[in-house]
Design a protein. Sequence first.
Lengths: 422, 422
Amino acid sequence: MNALFIQNIGQLVTVDPARMTADNPLGMIENGAIRFENGTIAWVGSAIEINRVDYPNSQWMDAHGRVLLPGLIDSHTHTIFAGDRANEFEMRLQGKSYLEIAQAGGGILKTVQATRQATPEELSALTLQRLKRMLALGVTTVEVKSGYGLDFESELKCLRVLQALRAQAPVSLVPTYMGAHDIPPEYQGRTDAYVDQVCEVQIPVVAEQKLADFCDVFCEKGYFDVAQSRRILETARQHGLKLKLHAEEFCDLGGAKLAGELQATSADHLLHVSDDGIAALKAGGTVATLLPGTAFYLRIKEYAPALKLIAAGVPVALATDFNPGSCVIDNLQLIMALACLQMNMPPVEVIKAVTIHAAQALDLQHDRGSLTVGKRADAVLFDIHSYNELLYRVGSNLLTDVYVAGQHSSRQQLEAQLQPVT
Amino acid sequence: MNALFIQNIGQLVTVDPARMTADNPLGMIENGAIRFENGTIAWVGSAIEINRVDYPNSQWMDAHGRVLLPGLIDSHTHTIFAGDRANEFEMRLQGKSYLEIAQAGGGILKTVQATRQATPEELSALTLQRLKRMLALGVTTVEVKSGYGLDFESELKCLRVLQALRAQAPVSLVPTYMGAHDIPPEYQGRTDAYVDQVCEVQIPVVAEQKLADFCDVFCEKGYFDVAQSRRILETARQHGLKLKLHAEEFCDLGGAKLAGELQATSADHLLHVSDDGIAALKAGGTVATLLPGTAFYLRIKEYAPALKLIAAGVPVALATDFNPGSCVIDNLQLIMALACLQMNMPPVEVIKAVTIHAAQALDLQHDRGSLTVGKRADAVLFDIHSYNELLYRVGSNLLTDVYVAGQHSSRQQLEAQLQPVT
């Protein structure tokens, strides 16, 4: 039996709904302790309840009064791609339009070309390095979408790389098929024909080969409209995939209503969600996944109505949206700061949004997202005295230790694994 | 002789004014190499010019095509203080006013109390840990202001701690005396009496004991007006201190004009600087030090007019303003991203703002701020392929190696020195 006790935890922030009260909104235990056995949380409580002699075969770790949280979860990323678009960044600062950038050889098609040309080994190495960077920031579960292949072969290549990484990466990886991320260059002006391809060719194979847990669609003006999005998601559901939707990022197209109606697991972005859309999310049990890094990176002055969604009783998750164009931010801690500073979210809601609500956005709330007996032993220790400090101190990675399925790594060990990609 | 050659530098970004051209605005050398001898830069050039056999006694390092920059310089911080104000952060998000926070025991006076009560040993340990975090982000020179003591004894205590750290910290430290950071509680309503104390008691001792290089004043409505600021700065100059000024953060009081007239080394903040103020800075040779982290952290929607200052020919520096209340951001790389995303500064100007212009803001441009023969061998290596990537990838610390006066530390070594403060 592999057993570990962590003692002397200044604040053990369980985020366990069963422990949450109005006075203790994160189910926090002061001077707490936690026991992991065989990768699972076996016991959670107050340090004074423990008699060390009762556990002769445990390993013991001293948290020195620091703060323990559930492993952070990044539930929306586009982490598998090749190439970079650093030159575009400067063009955007100069006020160049999307079209001008595309005409200069930039934009998403640049990433699609590089991703199509990359070998599985190259994609695997790039993605693994990115996942390790996220882990060194305390993220133990990462959703990753395909969608830079945009043809059958390249989408499958990306999803197979993700499947292989799922077994070998130091974080948990949740793969999402997103063939409908954009209209491929070969299908310009023929979106319906591409939707046929997605529904009739790609989804059946992705589902049969169990290459993804979720299907996601970019439902937006100029991309996939509500009817096309519905067709793709309904097909995906028939084939056993769970559903996500990029909705109302640039305008209120009705994606949130569709997501709620289909009881999608999450609807993401939501900058322009209407009151009807919010009601549909609530009725459908759909998580609202907000991505403030993208508005920040694109210098849009509007953000999703986080407080309104919370007030309506919709579970709000936060994620990076990490991708090579519109949000080159892989740091979930920075997204947490943006949620406070740009969306006015209170620290308590921000912490729920990257733990229990993020788990719900991946339909994994039974298994992770809180420090609850029986759940996977994913936890992160920070060198702070109160969880508020995690939001108060912006831009510092204060992580000291990570536990993934009960396996411990120190910050130094995580950093040492970040070999430069040269 | 202690000699080191770094070879195979993909982009050697010298930021050397003598190498800058319209086509090469950062004086960048592709496939560059650099030689350090006894803590100083001895040679800079193209890797192909080097014949390795000519240097039999050098140590050689391979940069693997990565990007080398001058060590970053954070020219405005308030890094020496005790205590934290994490609880206030949430109050501010809830819309509580400065007065309400102060009445609840928060605000700057909370930091003043904690700093007065702290022992020199405590202050030294806290400050050293913060400086090590900055170094792990590539910052090799840090200006630190006193100003949370606000009485003679406590100001001297802080400055003496800084003097001791100057000899032992792994970064270069530039101490600034800022007794006029706020009106001490003992002098409420008697600002002129405190200015007497600063001018007649504090400055002479600080100068005589060589406890600071600069004197700085918070010139702002409700703090020190232009006449009081002038009196303090003129006294400081008579005693041999160099001058800085916090100017036009909340309104256009005329601080920039004063700074320019006195030929202060820098004027800092400048959100509300007028055209006359800009002209005065230009005429006085005064660096404009912009602190976008503070507007971001305080959620002010206005930023300093960076592009206007640049267009007027004023050298623009960027710094963190790291402090426990209005900007709890110790990460200069994040400030660089904010400069792009919130102030529209091009990457080239951002890099100058944390190297050569930041050196000028500390009157150290003869000694550092560019990779120029004869300057101190402070340099930082990043795991990127072009310097644009440093701005494009937001929130990732891509540093791999630091050289401080020619002494090499790997990222892993820097992280290993970040012992948690428990």
